[in-house]
Design a protein around this ligand. Structure first.
Ligand code: APR
Ligand code: PHB
Length: 389
């Protein structure tokens, strides 16, 4: 098989790039290790910044997002039994859209189907070859058959556990990682959300978050030690713990119900540099991970796709390679800002098992400063709704 761009990974990053390139007439193929059902059963955060929403519209996939997604102009921060609101729109002129990532991925798949885009599922043993040459190729197996894809560019959009990043030689790749000493236990329930806007909670027992997917589907999280197992958490135990961490008036109106999904996710900050090696370009989770606290994961992927899309178009349409040459540096500059914000917000709101009283006082002061200063709120709102690309 021959194509211009071989995209590894059929998550939001890979599908979005595939769709954008196809709309410009650039031939591409997506190789996805899992089945479509599996990809669409993954539950992930659902806060989109305006830059990502704009990309969805450019990709002609924004219709359902614009119809069903909810525009949120503020978030709440709960602490010391109180609820404070940060008006994102007032402080940044911008807002976010709450729209499940699963739904967004479904929209991208449907758009790829409508355009008869090539997305190969169950692609096993994907391997990258000669990416530092002008004739890279990718091999994989499907249904026992081996296939070779000759291409001009390989895009590694295959998430944190993918094969692309690992194809960059060890003496070229630098990895920066921070692991946090806790995870998030998340529950999805078919109940009316406790609040129309997200509530981020700082509490001595640990962080908690009240989020939502729609007016009938709620998503809640509590910080747990990494040693906890999801089997040890009954629904009742989860709701009891969540209520203990929320301000009384919020806990009193929380509607509980059976969990339809329950899982524990560890928190990680990670960046791999550079994001280009020859004709291989990394994008999204393949190159960087943030803890979910600032809802930056998908949004960090969005800027990669934006830069990469424009760079590839300039290459194919005008023979201009400036964008490709600058891709890694440009993408990383924004990635690190999202890293900083996610790390900062995680530190401010979580309980650290070994923290000393001095650090706890600083954490509290950081939050008090944020909630009492318009300059700090503006900075928060600018980062939360998305820095410019
Ligand atoms: N070969 C082919 N596909 C692979 C391989 C492989 N060796 N390894 C992983 N994949 C696929 C995964 O099955 C997955 O569907 O690559 C896809 C990567 O998708 P995501 O992990 O969703 O990553 P990305 O598309 O970059 O999405 C951005 O940012 O923080 C997150 O929650 C956020 O999921 C969102 C992500
Ligand atoms: C979610 O809805 O899953 C969610 C929302 C905001 C976050 C993290 C997760 O910061």
């Amino acid at each position: 098989m021959k194509t211009r761009v071989c995209i590894i990974g059929g998550g939001p990053s890979g599908l979005m790039l595939s769709q954008l390139l196809h709309l410009k007439g650039i031939d591409n193929v997506v190789l996805e290790r899992q089945s479509r059902e599996y990809v669409l059963s993954r539950i992930r955060a659902g806060v989109l910044e305006h830059g990502f929403a704009d990309l969805m519209r450019t990709a002609q996939c924004g219709e359902r997002m614009d119809r069903e997604g909810e525009i949120h102009e503020g978030i709440f921060i709960a602490h010391e039994g109180r609820l404070d609101r940060i008006d994102l729109h007032k402080h940044s002129g911008s807002s976010v859209i709450v729209y499940g990532q699963t739904e967004l991925t479904r929209d991208l798949y449907e758009a790829r189907d409508r355009m008869k885009g090539i997305v190969i599922h169950d692609a096993e043993d994907v391997q990258l070859h000669d990416v530092s040459s002008d004739h890279p190729y990718v091999t994989y197996r499907v249904g026992g058959e081996s296939v070779r894809v000759n291409c001009e560019f390989v895009i590694g959009a295959d998430g944190f556990h993918g094969v692309s990043r690992k194809s960059i030689p060890k003496d070229v790749l630098r990895e920066h990682e921070k692991l946090y000493p806790f995870g998030w236990l998340g529950v999805l329930s078919r109940t009316k959300p406790v609040s129309p806007e997200l509530i981020y909670t700082r509490h001595e027992r640990g962080f908690a978050l009240c989020s939502l997917r729609s007016q009938v589907l709620s998503r809640y999280y509590v910080q747990v030690p990494l040693t906890d197992k999801v089997e040890d958490w009954s629904d009742d135990a989860f709701w009891t713990e969540l209520k203990r961490r929320l301000p009384r008036e919020v806990a009193d109106r929380l509607i509980t119900g059976e969990s339809i999904e329950k899982s524990i996710a560890p928190l990680r900050s990670f960046v791999a540099e550079p994001m280009r090696y020859g004709n291989l370009f990394l994008a999204g989770d393949a190159a960087h991970i943030v803890p979910p606290t600032g809802a930056r994961g998908l949004n960090s992927a969005a800027s990669d796709i934006y830069y990469l899309y424009h760079a590839l178009i300039a290459h194919f349409e005008k023979g201009d390679d400036t964008g490709l040459e600058q891709y890694s540096a440009k993408a990383l500059a924004r990635v690190w800002k999202a890293q900083r914000f996610s790390w900062w917000m995680t530190n401010m709101l979580h309980t650290y098992p070994d923290s000393i009283s001095y650090e706890q006082k600083l954490q509290q002061t950081e939050l008090e400063y944020l909630l009492s200063s318009n300059a700090a709120k503006r900075s928060f709102a600018e980062n939360y709704t998305g820095l410019p690309f």
